[in-house]
Design a binder for this molecule. Structure first.
Ligand SMILES: [Zn+2]
Length: 127
């Protein structure tokens, strides 16, 4: 099932995949270093929004892996757009888990932090 045309033509353009799924919940996985088009702002939002719309009533979690990542792979603008998108699905959001985060990636995320809703802040965890 391909929702994103860009990834259909060139897989891994954006990294937002289903890690596991059962009747109740979908766990999404993103690895910054895996995305070959990390600055395709519009495409990333279309990709993520498509998958989130497609999950329908299921709950969801999101694992964001900073492994081998560097701050060039994450722009503040895109991070903010993604947080806005998450906010629109917050009622079904279980948690966002950041793993293997480097200090520089944390720095960008920390810039978005004051703009997040209280509920969103509670749902973000570092591991
Ligand atoms: Zn895509």
């Amino acid at each position: 099932m391909h929702i994103c045309k860009i990834c259909q033509e060139s897989p891994n353009s954006h990294s937002f995949d289903i890690l596991k799924e059962d009747d109740k919940e979908i766990v999404f996985y993103s690895c910054l270093a895996n995305a070959t088009k990390p600055h395709d702002h519009e495409g990333i939002i279309i990709h993520y929004a498509g998958l989130l719309a497609n999950k329908k009533d299921k709950k969801w979690s999101w694992v964001i892996d900073g492994k081998n990542g560097n701050p060039k792979m994450l722009s503040l603008e895109i991070a903010l757009s993604l947080m806005k998108l998450c906010q629109t699905h917050i009622d079904s959001l279980v948690k966002i888990v950041l793993i293997n985060t480097t200090i520089s990636i944390k720095g960008i995320l920390n810039l978005t932090y004051p703009l997040l809703s209280k509920k969103m802040k509670k749902l973000i965890h570092y591991e």
